[in-house]
Design a binder for this molecule. Structure first.
Ligand code: PDD
Length: 283
């Protein structure tokens, strides 16, 4: 069955889901996006994702394409029309269509695309599967807190990781600080079992999953330290994992060919995985 995509006011079949060649998203990457997890037909942490969308748009002076209640209605209708139970919602807003000129158009009308896609997520009783990581130089701009569709450095970093058989690129700034993953936030577990992750700020995207995991961990008496750490701290960590709406809690067992801890999925990572999994199943 052909998928239905919402494009600028209409629900159309996937093959007709096209935007104008002068859409500023297409020509300048002048836009933002969100990826929202869907489990059992429900949107997980929808409020936080839409709050972040509004924030990203505000930071770039792009208008919301419509008010929040109609936007929520479009998202839910797209989900319903595609019968997605397990998957994602992809949502993109750009500064709209205008003759090509770097400066803002006079009266821009934001473009909106919403798509629902099916994916198979791990079953509630499954153990997280570990993967390899590789260090890649963080070559992104200085506003990584904005969820911009301008993802070229992330694309190149993740392609490099894939070529090397890794599941994620671990981004490192020139001073050795581990910022985040190519499309995830990075966490380490220290010798005392505490979690460490980069603090919020322009160097990283404030992941919705990151925020949820911080709360779930603290509720479970696992301490969370939001301070920068470098690649040596990461290599000496007991456990390393990455988080995002689509990777859940993904253990990283080996980086650049060097084993992390005992090379197996660790107890803290397993615990965080099951807490987060339960959170997504509870909706
Ligand atoms: N990416 N950091 C970056 C650079 C990301 O691209 C993402 C998510 C995250 C985690 O954010 P969240 O927990 O809200 O998913 C952190 C999405 C999934 C993507 O680009 O597909």
């Amino acid at each position: 069955m052909a998928r239905t995509v919402y494009v600028n006011g209409s629900y159309v079949s996937e093959r007709n889901a096209v935007v104008h060649y002068e859409d500023r998203g297409y020509q300048f990457a002048d836009g933002v996006y969100e990826v929202i997890l869907v489990r059992r037909g429900r949107l997980i942490d929808e409020i936080q994702h839409l709050d972040r969308l509004e924030r990203s748009l505000r930071e770039l002076s792009i208008s919301m394409p419509m008010g929040r209640p109609p936007l929520e209605a479009v998202i839910h209708e797209t989900l319903r029309r595609n019968f997605v139970q397990e998957g994602i919602i992809y949502l993109q807003v750009t500064r709209g269509v205008a003759p090509r000129d770097h400066t803002f158009p006079k009266a821009p009308i934001s473009s909106l695309v919403v798509a629902a896609k099916r994916r198979n997520w791990p079953a509630s009783d499954s153990e997280p599967k570990g993967g390899l990581g590789v260090f890649v130089r963080d070559e992104r701009w200085a506003r990584c807190d904005v969820k911009s569709i301008s993802l070229l450095p992330n694309v190149l970093a993740k392609e490099k990781a894939k070529q090397l058989g890794a599941v994620e690129a671990i981004l490192v700034s020139d001073d050795g600080t581990v910022t985040e993953g190519g499309s995830s936030n990075v966490w380490i577990v220290d010798r005392k079992g505490a979690l460490h992750t980069h603090p919020l700020g322009p160097e990283i995207l404030g992941g919705v999953t990151r925020g949820v995991i911080k709360r779930l961990a603290e509720d479970a008496q696992i301490s969370v330290v939001e301070e920068p750490f470098d690649r040596n701290a990461l290599m000496n960590a007991r456990e390393v994992f990455v988080t995002s709406a689509t990777s859940f809690v993904k253990p990283i067992l080996n980086i650049d060919g060097v084993q992390i801890g005992d090379g197996k999925v660790g107890p803290v990572t397993s615990r965080i995985f099951s807490l987060y999994n339960a959170h997504t199943l509870a909706g």
